[in-house]
Design a protein around this ligand. Structure first.
Ligand code: PDD
Length: 277
């Protein structure tokens, strides 16, 4: 399928950018991934709001909302109007001689494409996860294309046969390398509060809202490594991850968590399915 690059639809092989693009040279860009269930966007406004927030935080002058139409066109052009898919959007600051400060008068580079993804069957999946040190910066609320710390963490997990990481900063769990973490402890659902140490996940908010609807107690509070002994269930959430049960947590030395139950995880998975279909 074609990709959208700076106003044109072109074959991926022909879609090239300058070596001086600040996204390429400095990781100076923002991205967003939006799911499409049977061709229909899920939580589009929330994804666009987050994109707009991130662009403003890094002062990239670009209006996120009008690209909704281009995203829909990407789905159509890729022949995914009836399928499960995702749209990747990336906006970098643009092309300019390399400086650490923001150059004046440059226009952003806009890349967008749709691709098929499997958005079902998560209730049959279970992930084994590796607990890793969170080596990321202190603005994880910005969905930056500079993902080297996430990539290094996830590579270690995958190379060792795990499915994802759960990251630990100063003894507290923050989030996954590409997902949000939830814990169930004594019947209450816990997840890290919003702020500079996690991405404000769109699926995170969907799950928090579901908990409130279902009268499941929730607390947006950090969970410490030492509290794992009291945790009954862990699950991860994300746009393409949906809600996945964690079957075990390992450190490099040993297994540090096995679930005692999965009642709340199952309940939320069922309700989530109803929202998306
Ligand atoms: N990842 N935390 C991190 C670090 C993430 O990268 C993601 C999403 C999430 C979950 O956010 P949401 O529910 O809005 O998808 C949390 C995307 C999908 C990615 O990098 O491909």
């Amino acid at each position: 399928a074609e990709v959208y690059l700076n106003g044109s639809w072109i074959k991926p092989q022909q879609a090239t950018i300058s070596v001086f693009d600040r996204g390429f040279m400095l990781g100076d860009g923002i991205y967003e991934v939006t799911p499409y269930y049977s061709g229909k966007a899920f939580k589009l406004k929330e994804h666009l709001d987050r994109l707009q927030y991130c662009l403003e935080e890094v002062q990239i002058n670009f209006d996120a909302y009008p690209i909704a139409e281009i995203m829909a066109e990407a789905i159509e052009r890729a022949g995914l109007a009836e399928s499960d898919a995702a749209v990747y959007v990336q906006i970098t600051r643009g092309v300019a001689p390399r400086t650490h400060y923001y150059p004046e008068k440059i226009s952003p580079t806009v890349l967008l494409y749709a691709y098929p993804v499997k958005l079902e069957g998560f209730e049959n999946k279970e992930w084994k996860v590796l607990s890793s040190k969170d080596k990321r910066w202190h603005r994880c609320d910005i969905k930056s294309t500079a993902l080297l710390a996430n990539v290094m963490a996830n590579e270690e997990a995958i190379a060792r046969g795990y499915d994802e990481n759960i990251l630990v900063r100063k003894g507290y769990f923050t989030e996954g390398s590409h997902s949000t973490i939830f814990f169930v402890k004594h019947g209450t659902v816990f997840t890290h509060p919003e702020g500079p140490h996690i991405l404000s996940g769109v699926t995170r908010q969907v799950v928090l809202d579901l908990c409130r609807d279902l009268k499941i107690k929730v607390r947006e509070d950090k969970v410490h490594l030492d509290e794992l002994v009291e945790v009954d269930e862990i699950f991860l959430t994300g746009t393409t991850t949906q809600i996945v049960k964690v079957a075990s947590v390992h450190s490099l030395e040993k297994e540090i968590f096995t679930p005692r139950k999965d009642t709340v995880t199952r309940q939320l998975q069922e309700e989530f399915l109803k929202l998306t279909r």
